[in-house]
Design a protein around this ligand. Sequence first.
Ligand code: NA7
Length: 294
Amino acid sequence: MNSAIGPQTKVGLIGLGLMGKPMGMNLLKAGFRLTVWNRTASRADELVAAGAKLAASPRELAANSEFLLSIVSDPTALEEVLWGQNGAMQSLQRGSIYVDSSTVSPTLARKVATACEERGVRFLDAPVTGGDWGAKKGELVFMVGGDAATLTEAEPVLCVLGKKWFHLGPNGAGQTIKLAMNLILALEVDALAEALALVTAAGLQGEKLVEVMQSSMARSGVLDIKSQNLLKGEYTPSFPLRLMHKDMRLALELAQQIHVELPATEAAFGTYSTVKEAAKEDLDYSAVMKFWKK
Ligand code: NA7
């Protein structure tokens, strides 16, 4: 169990959503012996066809994994796959490494770390940025909390999935940085939507604002990537609204726990909440623009 990680390593993957499925594909392409589990089993079909084994439960998966990776939607989902019926925690193997790449609260990451320590399992919280595009290309960026030596050991797996990883501190640190980063994205997109609403209400074309911004100091990645969604009113999920909304909620909860006021985030959260509550389908978070299109 303590031998260096390589293609012979038995890797388990829990969660085959927009992010998990392409990550699994990349692990298979790199030659890892991969077993997967997903709540909706049919989402594993493509990976099984490509050579992955399908486990009957998270528990069975963890029992057969030297390296476990999970990427599920939110804190409730993670608790479910770890401590629910046939959950993974009860069978995680002593000496194995467990990396969770879901975005959850730092408090939950620390709870998982404590439970892992009791079982002799080395745990890293390692949420990612890069979206489904980065997951497909194997170009994710990992924000890691936990033991530095464990991160070094995990690198042969991380380098298949991502292009960069940052060791940010003890368990929980990866999640804290991830929530802070998503706040910037959420507020930037909300600011862009608000500015476009103002410009169009004044009788001007939104494209004009974007054009000027793109050649000015205010140029940003968000502007380049999301402005087209906002202008066209097309919100196919790349980073779903429901997940950004969850991350804003987690960041506000964290702020409350550590007594920091985030008034702009609170205001933006209200706007995102209104759009989310009215949404009838799964939308990208750039759909915050709909607030002004009612
Ligand atoms: P998706 O595409 O919404 O996928 C979410 C995954 O989480 C998917 O495999 C779900 O299974 C699984 N899930 C959700 N709820 C549960 C419960 N209760 N039990 C077990 N499994 C569950 O999200 P992404 O892949 O875009 O994002 C994953 C994480 O990365 C998230 O934290 C983001 O914020 C960042 P399903 O297929 O629905 O049965």
